[in-house]
Design a protein around this ligand. Structure first.
Ligand code: C2E
Ligand code: SIN
Ligand code: SIN
Ligand code: FE
Ligand code: FE
Length: 372
């Protein structure tokens, strides 16, 4: 390898090790490949559900047309000859003329005339992803280009594998946290769907407040778990039709402290998620529980979440109350602005209700699954 190439690969690896997501780590490498080779476009694909390799990030010019749109939406199927070949390959594969090689089947139709492809494997040697770069004209890859691609893809593959392991762990956590939240709905039939709805709404509100991806994740986890302490609330209290006695009310309020203890037991849960669980019944004017925190002393995510929780409780039927209409619920929430709720959050909810679902989706920051 030439010194220049090793230096570049090393620099990219350093950048990648500091990155917080795969697209973050890989994007600079794809850019450098475009600068230093004849390739006009490059992309990284990653195995998702044993069937499809999804586009995680791309740079430069990509093929156009419906077939390419389908690839960006659904990924490349694992039975594509190129991916099958990469499963066996120990080195990157180079195709100066895709039309002349059955391994590159499918690419000429996209307008990709020449192609380079490198495998990304996990510790068990299983193919987990692929780096591709292409030109729209026939191109005999030079020795330097090949060396650069080999070096960069080898380094990137090491970095990527680290992230893949991390992402799988996160997916498992996500599923476990969601399941915990949902477990409550088996106990408390009336709140079916509540967890999903308030989580969804809280994330949309958080997006409106321009929270970063990591904070949105913490808010989402807090929302899943907010009432997990109700698992410990006796049924005769939780399911009581009508007013609670003072003693029952004390038992009921205890669900936030129970939930807090539960959150503590999950060592990996961010502090701000735990605060949603503990402080979702605090009120802006200081009359809430368990502490009676006031105003901005109430953790911000708990303030955001509380409005979502109450909106959904109001429009739902409960053992102790009928379902309210959307208008009635919004009227009550506006009335409680500055009393129960943070006025800024109430305003944001008003804005959110005025937006269509589509507006909110396009505002969302780049998700780690998406193309950037
Ligand atoms: P939840 O049913 O999920 O209600 C969450 C929050 O929504 C309530 O928190 C309250 O802030 C708001 N909310 C619900 N219904 C109404 C309503 O009719 N009017 C207004 N203004 N706000 C409403 P809160 O009060 O801290 O209650 C926490 C949990 O305690 C409730 O969760 C519910 O599980 C239970 N709970 C509260 N009041 C009663 C009751 O009278 N009977 C029974 N059986 N349970 C109750
Ligand atoms: C594709 O043709 O699927 C994209 C290939 C590439 O980005 O190199
Ligand atoms: C935040 O507001 O950014 C973190 C949540 C908190 O206030 O504790
Ligand atoms: Fe609660
Ligand atoms: Fe709730």
């Amino acid at each position: 390898m030439l010194p220049a190439e090793s230096a570049l690969a090393l620099e990219l690896t350093r950048t990648a090790l500091k990155a917080i997501s795969i697209p973050d780590a890989v994007q600079p490498a794809l850019q450098r490949l475009l600068e230093h080779t004849a390739a006009v476009g490059a992309a990284y694909f990653q195995l998702k559900d044993d069937q499809m390799y999804h586009a995680r990030t791309a740079a430069g010019e990509l093929p156009e047309g419906e077939a390419m749109q389908a690839i960006l939406m659904h990924g490349l199927p694992s039975n594509l000859p190129l991916l099958q070949a990469l499963q066996e390959a120990t080195q990157p594969l180079f195709f100066p003329v895709t039309a002349e090689d059955p391994v590159a089947t499918g690419f000429p139709q996209l307008g990709v005339q020449s192609l380079a492809a490198a495998p990304v494997r996990d510790a068990q040697g299983q193919l987990q992803g692929a780096f591709l770069m292409h030109t729209f004209q026939e191109h005999r890859w030079t020795v330097q280009e090949k060396q650069l691609f080999v070096a960069v893809s080898a380094m990137m593959s090491l970095v990527t594998v680290r992230f893949i392991v991390e992402e799988k762990l996160l997916d498992t956590r996500e599923a476990a946290l969601r399941a915990l939240g949902l477990a409550l709905e088996f106990k408390d039939g009336e709140t079916r769907g509540h967890t999903e709805r308030v989580t969804h709404m809280a994330v949309k509100l958080g997006t409106l407040f321009q929270l970063e991806a990591q904070d949105l994740e913490a808010l989402r986890w807090g929302a899943y778990l907010h009432d997990v302490g109700k698992l410990g609330t006796p049924d005769h209290v939780l399911l009581k039709k009508g007013q609670l006695t003072a003693e029952e009310w004390a038992t009921m309020q205890n669900h936030v402290l129970e939930g807090g203890r539960f959150a503590d037991a999950l060592g990996f849960l961010p502090q701000s998620s735990r605060q949603v669980v503990l402080a979702h019944h605090e009120k802006w004017n200081g009359t809430g529980y368990p502490v009676g925190l006031k105003g901005e002393d109430i953790p911000r995510f708990a303030r955001i979440f509380a409005v979502c929780d109450v909106y959904d409780a109001l429009i739902s039927e409960r053992p102790y109350k009928r379902a309210w209409s959307h208008q009635e619920a919004m009227q009550e929430i506006r009335f409680q602005s500055g009393k129960h709720f943070d006025p800024q959050v109430v305003d944001a909810l008003g804005q959110l209700m005025a937006l269509t679902a589509e507006d909110v989706t396009t505002m969302a920051p780049q998700m780690h699954q998406g193309l950037n």
